[in-house]
Design a protein around this ligand. Structure first.
Ligand SMILES: Cc1cc2nc3c(=O)[nH]c(=O)nc-3n(C[C@H](O)[C@H](O)[C@H](O)COP(=O)(O)O)c2cc1C
Length: 447
């Protein structure tokens, strides 16, 4: 069965898609529109709504960009998504609600507390997209002269995850007795003090939030570098990726499963979602028109800045955009994404052409066609073992999401490759990933 995440990169995953006549331009700030969209996604039985985030206005860092700030890119400011999913939890009942939150510029105690709280508010539907921050601009907002180096970010992230996970297990499921007769509020044997001391964090615990309906919120991860994949293999229940071909996605998925085995985890403990930008038409001609309309909205300057952000400090904007991509220094932002553009350069694409791929779909695969042809494609990926589902990147909001739900979902359901009802009430239940045991709980002797 396929699974889907609706990716929220408001006001559109196409950085200049907000100019489309159908686009609602207030989705970055309007809770009313987010509420509308989560209801549409839940009507379509999608697994989760997943919010992207950065703790900065991206492009404000002059270190890699001689002309900071791009007045054309719509993705500059939006309401803070951890707060947004708490609100969305209150008006939904089944859909998962995932927010990005960085390990580089947060403290694990605060983050553990917030996500466990949302798991309680939502009745077990919270997810944390663990990132180390791809936007170098964030450093300046947290007293840092430069973004923490890639390897150091992942070291911190790995320890951060251990602390959060340990804190989420502070209390066993039945630790709180709330027994009026005896006057005992909680069973002290079922409370666990973490006492973590590591290179980055010293956290005593316990967390002042009890264990939640899912045991622990779902952890999502999207790093595809070696260290990124290793952390995902150890920690993630969901993995978001950006492969554009079946062989690449198959290779990623088998590599992830092999890495998981190293940590004693079975392949079905994780769900892998490559990204697609769906553009659906009622006929092939309508889909083609819609695709071309969005392609015409791509802004070259925005695309070139996208390349510049991944160039590891090479001043892309001073080069001939119709020339080849030069040798790049390793990026301290997104490593796997940089490798993707290097491969495009090797295939003969010019800087402008690469920029246009980023400027349309952030280099994710664009899938356009009729509901039938799109379902054929997704079925082929599923059958080939290239994915467990897809992360849906909508060019703008809300119409492409509505069309996916109203036109593509019924076709997938007709083929029996997508649910017609949610399997359960928790995100873990719907994803079919296990509810973890509390790592501190004593295993009964006879178990
Ligand atoms: C679908 C998708 C969504 C992502 N969302 C975010 C995000 O919201 N914030 C962020 O800092 N990074 C985000 N990333 C970037 C990853 O977290 C990661 O930093 C990036 O892929 C580079 O990791 P790597 O250096 O391990 O390749 C996203 C990546 C993908 C594929």
């Amino acid at each position: 069965m396929l699974r889907f995440g609706a990716f929220m990169s408001v006001p559109g995953c196409h950085p200049t898609g907000w100019r489309h006549p159908d686009a609602i331009c207030e989705t970055d700030i309007s809770f009313r529109w987010l509420a509308h969209m989560v209801r549409v996604a839940e009507r379509g039985k999608l697994d989760a709504m997943f919010f992207q985030d950065s703790a900065a206005v991206v492009g404000s860092n002059v270190a890699y960009n001689a002309e900071p700030f791009n007045v054309r890119n719509g993705r500059q400011a939006h309401i803070e998504p951890v707060s947004a999913i708490a609100g969305l939890a209150a008006i939904t009942s089944h859909i998962g609600l995932i927010s990005t939150c960085t390990t580089t510029y947060n403290e694990p105690y605060n983050l553990a507390r917030r996500f466990l709280t949302i798991d309680h508010i939502s009745g077990g539907r919270a997810g944390w997209n663990l990132v180390t921050s791809q936007a170098e601009d964030e450093a300046g907002n947290f007293g840092q002269p430069a973004h923490l180096e890639h390897g150091a970010r992942y070291d911190r992230a790995s320890e951060f995850y251990d602390v959060v996970r340990g804190l989420w297990d502070s209390w066993e499921d039945d630790a709180f007795l709330r027994d009026k007769a005896s006057g005992i509020w909680f069973d002290i044997d079922k409370m666990h003090i973490l006492n973590h001391e590591g290179p980055h964090f010293r956290v005593r615990g316990p967390l002042n939030v009890s264990r939640s309906p899912q045991g622990r919120p779902v952890v999502a991860q999207a790093g595809s570098s070696g260290v990124g994949m290793d952390l995902a293999a150890r920690s993630a229940d969901m993995v978001f990726t950006a492969q554009r071909t079946i062989p690449d996605a198959q290779a990623f998925r088998s590599q992830m499963h092999a890495l998981m085995a190293k940590y004693g985890r079975a392949p079905d403990e994780v769900r892998i979602f490559p990204g697609i930008m769906p553009i659906v038409g009622r006929s092939a001609a309508e889909a083609q028109d819609k695709y071309e309309q969005l392609r015409d909205l791509v802004d070259d300057n925005t695309g070139l800045r996208g390349v510049a952000r991944l160039a590891g400090g090479v001043d892309i904007l001073s080069l001939d955009p119709d020339g080849p991509l030069p040798e790049l220094k390793p990026s301290n932002a997104a490593r796997a994404r940089q490798e993707m553009i290097i491969a495009m350069g090797r295939s003969g694409m010019t800087i402008r052409q690469i920029g246009r791929v980023l400027g349309m779909s952030q280099a994710h695969r664009v899938l356009y066609g009729t509901p039938q042809s799109m379902a054929d494609d997704m079925e082929e990926w599923l059958d080939a073992g290239a994915c467990d589902g897809f992360n849906l990147l909508f060019a703008h909001y809300p119409k492409p999401l509505e069309e996916f739900v109203d036109l593509v979902v019924p076709e997938l359901q007709r083929r029996g490759i997508f649910r017609t009802e949610y399997e359960g009430n928790t995100l873990r239940g719907n994803l079919g990933v296990p509810i973890p045991r509390n790592s501190f709980a004593r295993v009964p002797e006879h178990a």
